[in-house]
Design a protein around this ligand. Structure first.
Ligand SMILES: *Cc1c(COP(=O)(O)O)cnc(C)c1O
Length: 364
C-alpha cells in the first residue's frame, strides 16, 4: 500500500523503555527494575490528586467538560493570563502538533537547536517542513539569529531548559532575541522543565504572562508530566496571544482531555507544597550526581531540570553502558542517537540514585 510520502523518513519516536518490556526481555521482576529514563517525578503525584481522581472515577459515562472551565481558570489564575490565552492539549506534545499544522506546510522551514526534543522534528515532518538545526549544542541565540536571517523559518523552537541536555537559556538574553524576530515568525518557548529552572535560578525563569504581554508571535508550552508527576494523565498547555490560540483551536479534536486528566491537573495545580517538595528533593539528590560524576571523572552538564546528562570520554561508550545497565534492570536514556556519547538519567528517589551509582561504579 502506498502511504503519504511525507511519512517516509520519519522514524518512530522511541519513548523510554517501559518497565513491562524489560520484564519480558530480561526476565527481571518489575519490583527490581528502576526506570530513570523519561523524567517522571519519582515522588509520584500529589496525594490530593489521587483522592480527587478516585472520587470521580464512578462517574465516567459523560463526555468531559469540553470547555475545560476548571483547569483553564486554574491556569489563568496561576499565570495571570486570560482564558482566551490558553489551549490545553493531550500533553504539550499535542499543542506542538497543533501549532505545526497551524503555521507550517511543505514550503516551511523550522529552526531548532542541534540537540533538542525529538518531537519538533517528527511533527515538522508530518507537514513536510524542512528542519534547520544550529551547530552549537547549547542554545546559542546569536547563531539562532543568523539562521533566522539567512533561512527565514516559519517557526523557531527554543527549549528552555533543554531536553536532553538540561541547560537553560538566560531569560534576559532570550527577551532581547525575541525583540528582533518579526511578527510573522512563530516562536515556541517550550518550558516543560520551567518549574525546576525557576526554583534553581531566577535568571532562567520565563513567565508566560510577560512573554505574551510583550510578544504576539510567541507561544509558551507547559506540562503536567514533569514537576506535577502526571505523565500518565497526558495533560499540557499552550499560552499565547488570543489570535494564535484561536487558530490552534481549529485543529483541536473535541474532548481531547479526559475527565480524569482535567480533574487531576486542576487539583495538582493547587498543591504547591507537593511541587515544592519535589523540587527540593530533586536538587538535593542532584548534588549527589554531581559529586559522583566528579569522583568518576565523568562530565556532567549543569542541569536546570529533573535529569542529568553524563558525557563519557572515549574510553567508554554510552550505548554499551546503557545496554549493560538495562540488563541489570536500570533504564536510562542513551543519547547516541543525538550524536552524543552520553546518557540522560532522571534524578530518582535516593535509593534509586544510589543503585545507579553502584551499577556505574561496577561497570567503569
Ligand atoms: C516531556 C516534554 C514535553 C511534553 O510532555 P507531555 O507529556 O507531552 O506534556 C515537551 N517538551 C519537552 C522538552 C519535554 O521534555
Amino acid at each position: 500500500m502506498k502511504f503519504n510520502k511525507k511519512l517516509e523518513n520519519i522514524s518512530t519516536y522511541e519513548a523510554g523503555k517501559p518497565i513491562e518490556l524489560v520484564v519480558r526481555e530480561f526476565g527481571i521482576e518489575a519490583k527490581d527494575i528502576v526506570k530513570l529514563a523519561s523524567n517522571e517525578n519519582p515522588k509520584g503525584c500529589s496525594p490530593k490528586v489521587q483522592k480527587a481522581v478516585v472520587d470521580i472515577v464512578a462517574n465516567m459515562a459523560l463526555y468531559p467538560d469540553d470547555s475545560m472551565t476548571k483547569l483553564k481558570s486554574g491556569l489563568s489564575k496561576r499565570f495571570e493570563v486570560g482564558d482566551e490565552n490558553i489551549i490545553i492539549g493531550s500533553g504539550s506534545d499535542q499543542v506542538i502538533e497543533f501549532l505545526m499544522h497551524a503555521k507550517a506546510d511543505s514550503n516551511s522551514k523550522i529552526l531548532i537547536n542541534s540537540v533538542t526534543f525529538a518531537m519538533y522534528e517528527i511533527y515538522a515532518k508530518h507537514v513536510g517542513a524542512e528542519i534547520i538545526r544550529t551547530a552549537s549544542q547549547e542554545h546559542d541565540l546569536d547563531e539562532f539569529y543568523a539562521l533566522y536571517k539567512s533561512e527565514n523559518p516559519d517557526i523557531i523552537f527554543l527549549c528552555t531548559p533543554n531536553n536532553p541536555t538540561g541547560d537553560a537559556i538566560d531569560t534576559a538574553t532570550m527577551m532581547k532575541f525575541l525583540e528582533k524576530i518579526d511578527s510573522d515568525t512563530l516562536v515556541v518557548v517550550d518550558g516543560a522543565y520551567m518549574e525546576y529552572a525557576a526554583f534553581k535560578q531566577k535568571s532562567k525563569e520565563v513567565t508566560p504572562k510577560e512573554l505574551i504581554e510583550r510578544f504576539d508571535n510567541v507561544i509558551y508550552l507547559g506540562t503536567f508530566s514533569k514537576a506535577y508527576g502526571l505523565g500518565g494523565m497526558r495533560t499540557g498547555y499552550g499560552i499565547s496571544s488570543a489570535s494564535i490560540i484561536k487558530e490552534l483551536y481549529k485543529l483541536r479534536p473535541p474532548f481531547n482531555i479526559t475527565t480524569l486528566s482535567l480533574e487531576a491537573a486542576s487539583v495538582a495545580l493547587e498543591d504547591a507544597e507537593f511541587v515544592k517538595e519535589s523540587l527540593e528533593l530533586n536538587f538535593s539528590e542532584m548534588k549527589r550526581y554531581i559529586s559522583f560524576a566528579n569522583k568518576q571523572n565523568i562530565d556532567i552538564i549543569e542541569s536546570y531540570t529533573n535529569f542529568v546528562t553524563l558525557c563519557f570520554n572515549d574510553s567508554h561508550n554510552s550505548t554499551n553502558i546503557s545496554d549493560a545497565l538495562l540488563r541489570k534492570g536500570m533504564i536510562v536514556r542513551n543519547l547516541s542517537g543525538y550524536g552524543m556519547n552520553a546518557i540522560r538519567v532522571t534524578v530518582g528517589k535516593p535509593e534509586q540514585n544510589s543503585r545507579f551509582f553502584a551499577l556505574i561504579e561496577e561497570l567503569l
